[in-house]
Design a protein around this ligand. Structure first.
Ligand code: HEM
Length: 529
C-alpha cells in the first residue's frame, strides 16, 4: 500500500531530484484521507447502491464530506426541515446526507404513517451514536437509544405493564397530590412581596419529586431535585450526535466531549447507586412485607429472577432508572410551560377553561385539588392540552429511527436504502394545512370539536409521543402530570406577567429540543385563600 502510494504520489506531486520520497506525517495523512474518501465514493457508486440512491428523496446539495450537517445545526432544524420538504418533496419528505449516511425527514402524516405503522418493524432501530456508550449504559442495556431486540421489548413491557399501568398510576395519585399541595402552599407563601416565578422550574422540581417518590417511595432531601434537574439538562445537551458518529475517522476529535459525558454519567451513577444502596439497607433492616412495592423494588426484584426471561443485571436496572430520569422530567415540565404561556396569551381560552374547572369542582369547594377523576370530566381541558401538543411537541423531531433493510415508500416513488436515519417532524405534522386548515398557527382548542384526533399514537397528524414499536412508554405518566398540573394551576391562581413584560409572540428556543425562547416568569395570585 505504502509503495503504491509513493508511486502514485511521484506521478502527481513534483518530488524533486533523487529516488527517495520522505513520507512526512502530513503526507501520510493526505494519503490516508484520500484513500478513505475514494473508498467511500466507490461504495456509493457501486451499481446496487446507485439504484437505491436513484429513488432517494431529493434535498439540498450537501457540502463535501460533511453533507447536510448544517441543516441540523441551524437555528431551528424542525422549521428548516419543513421548509426543505416543501421545496424538494411536496411537503412530505426531504432527503439529506450526514457524512456518508443517508438521512430523511418526514413532514406529512401520510408518510409518518408509512414509517411508524406500515414499516414500523423496519424502522424500529435507533442509530448507533457514541454518546449512548458513555452517557447511557450502552447500545443494549437501556431503552431510549437502544437497538431493537427481545431485551428491549422486555424492558418496554416492564414500563407499560408493570410500572405505568393505569391502576398503579391511579393508586399512586396521592403522590402527585401531595407534591402539588406543597407547590401551592409554597406559592401562597410568596405573596408579600409578590414574586414572579419561573414556571418551568416549579414544574420540573415537582415532576422530579413525583418521579423520585414513584421510584423509591420517599423524596430526595431538599435541593437534590434541582441538582438532578440540572444534571438532566447537561445530559440532554450532550445527547447529540457529532460528525465522528458519521465519519468514523473523525471520532478522535471528540475526546474531550467523551470525557465530559463520562463525568455526567458518573454523577448520575452516584445518585442511582445511592438509591440502590439505601434500598439494600432497608431490605436488611425490615421484614419483606414492610418494604414498599415501588418502581425500584419492582426493578430490583428482577435482579435475581429465576425466570431467565425476566432477569435483569444491575447495570440494566440502573440503565432503566436513568431512562426514567432522562425521558420523563423535562418533557412534562416543558409541556406545562407551553400550556401556561399559551393560556396567558389567550385570556379567552384561560377563562373558558377556568369556568369548566369551577363548574366541575363547584364554587363552594375552595380547597380540594382537581383529581384524575375530575380531569376525565373536563373535555375543554383535554382540547387545550391537545392543542398545546399540536403546536409545541417538546420532542419536535421525535427520536431518530434507523432502517434495517431497503424499503420503498409513497407507492414506490421513493426508495430508502438500508441504514437510512429517519426523523419524523412532529412539529411540522401539527402545522400541515391539509389537516388543520388555514389557521394552523392559531392557538384554538375548539378545532378538536371537529377533529377527533388524540395524542396516543393512532393519529399520525398528532404525534407528540411518537407511535409504533418505539413510542413513548411513559406517556400515561406524562399525560397525567400535564393535565393535573395545568388544571390545578388554573384553579388556584390567576397568573400575571411581571410589570412591564408581555407575551407578544411565543417563539421556540433554537436547537433540537423545544421550549419557549424566553422562560416564562409569572406571578401567581391566589384565587382562594
Ligand atoms: C409530556 C411528556 C412526554 C413526552 C411529550 C414524551 C415524548 C417522547 C417521544 C416523542 C419519544 C420518542 C418516540 C418515538 O421515537 O416514536 C419518547 C420516548 C421515550 N420516552 Fe417519553 N415523553 C414524555 C414523558 C415520558 C415519561 C414520563 C417517561 C418515563 C418516566 C418517558 C420515557 C421515555 C422512554 C424510555 C422513551 C424511549 C422509548 C424507546 O426508545 O423505545 N417519557 N418520549
Amino acid at each position: 500500500m505504502a509503495e503504491g502510494a509513493v508511486v502514485v504520489l511521484r506521478n502527481i506531486i513534483p518530488l524533486g531530484d533523487g529516488d527517495r520520497v520522505s513520507m512526512t506525517p502530513a503526507l501520510w495523512a493526505t494519503v490516508f484521507v484520500a484513500a478513505v474518501i475514494g473508498y467511500r465514493i466507490m461504495l456509493l457508486l457501486r451499481p446496487g447502491r446507485w439504484r437505491e440512491w436513484k429513488k432517494f428523496p431529493r434535498g439540498p446539495p450537501g457540502r463535501p464530506l460533511v453533507g447536510n450537517w448544517d441543516v441540523f445545526f441551524s437555528g431551528s432544524p424542525r422549521q428548516k426541515l419543513m421548509e426543505l420538504a416543501k421545496q424538494y418533496g411536496n411537503g412530505d419528505i426531504v432527503g439529506l446526507r450526514m457524512g456518508f449516511r443517508p438521512v430523511v425527514c418526514v413532514c406529512s402524516s401520510m408518510l409518518a404513517k408509512e414509517l411508524l405503522h406500515t414499516h414500523d418493524k423496519i424502522f424500529a432501530n435507533r442509530p448507533r451514536y457514541d454518546f449512548c456508550q458513555t452517557l447511557f449504559y450502552g447500545y443494549d442495556s437501556a431503552v431510549i437509544f437502544s437497538r431493537y431486540s427481545s431485551h428491549l421489548i422486555r424492558l418496554r413491557k416492564l414500563f407499560t405493564l408493570q410500572l405505568f399501568t393505569p391502576k398503579r398510576l391511579s393508586d399512586l395519585q396521592f403522590i402527585r397530590q401531595e407534591e402539588m399541595r406543597k407547590v401551592i402552599s409554597a406559592l401562597h407563601r410568596t405573596q408579600t412581596p409578590r414574586l414572579a416565578h419561573k414556571v418551568e422550574k416549579i414544574v420540573s422540581d415537582m415532576a422530579c419529586n413525583i418521579t423520585v417518590r414513584l421510584l423509591q417511595s420517599r423524596a430526595f432531601e431538599q435541593d437534590k431535585c434541582s441538582e438532578l434537574n440540572d444534571l438532566v439538562r447537561k445530559l440532554e445537551h450532550s445527547s447529540i450526535p457529532v460528525l465522528g458518529d458519521f465519519i468514523p475517522w473523525m471520532k478522535w476529535l471528540y475526546f474531550s466531549k467523551r470525557a465530559r459525558e463520562r463525568r455526567i454519567h458518573k454523577e448520575f451513577e452516584d445518585v442511582i447507586d445511592k438509591m440502590i444502596l439505601d434500598r439494600h439497607q432497608l431490605l436488611r433492616r425490615c421484614p419483606p412485607e414492610e418494604v414498599p412495592t415501588d418502581f425500584l423494588q419492582v426493578l430490583l426484584s428482577k435482579e435475581g429472577d429465576e425466570n431467565p426471561d425476566e432477569l435483569l443485571t444491575i447495570e440494566e436496572i440502573k440503565a432503566v432508572i436513568l431512562d426514567i430520569f432522562a425521558g420523563g422530567l423535562h418533557t412534562s415540565s416543558a409541556t406545562v410551560e407551553w400550556a401556561m404561556s399559551e393560556l396567558m396569551s389567550n385570556p379567552r381560552v384561560m377563562e373558558k377553561l377556568r369556568a369548566e374547572i369551577d363548574n366541575v369542582k363547584g364554587l363552594e369547594d375552595k380547597s380540594t385539588l382537581v383529581t384524575d377523576e375530575d380531569v376525565g370530566r373536563m373535555p375543554y381541558l383535554e382540547k387545550v392540552i391537545r392543542e398545546v401538543f399540536r403546536l409545541h411537541p417538546v420532542v419536535p423531531l421525535l427520536v431518530p429511527r434507523l432502517s434495517t433493510q431497503e424499503v420503498e415508500i409513497a407507492g414506490g416513488e421513493y426508495s430508502l436504502p438500508q441504514g437510512t436515519i429517519a426523523y419524523v417532524n412532529a412539529w411540522a405534522l401539527g402545522r400541515e394545512e391539509r389537516t388543520w386548515g388555514p389557521r394552523v398557527s392559531e392557538f384554538w382548542p375548539e378545532r378538536f370539536q371537529e377533529q377527533c384526533l388524540d395524542v396516543k399514537g393512532q393519529h399520525f397528524e398528532l404525534l407528540p409521543f411518537g407511535s409504533g414499536r418505539r413510542m413513548c412508554p411513559g406517556m400515561r405518566l406524562g399525560l397525567a402530570i400535564v393535565h393535573f398540573t395545568v388544571a390545578n394551576f388554573v384553579r388556584f391562581f390567576e397568573w400575571q406577567l411581571p410589570h412591564g413584560r408581555s407575551i407578544t409572540e411565543l417563539s421556540e428556543s433554537v436547537g433540537r429540543g423545544n421550549s419557549p425562547s424566553t422562560s416564562l416568569h409569572a406571578i401567581p395570585i391566589p384565587r382562594r385563600e
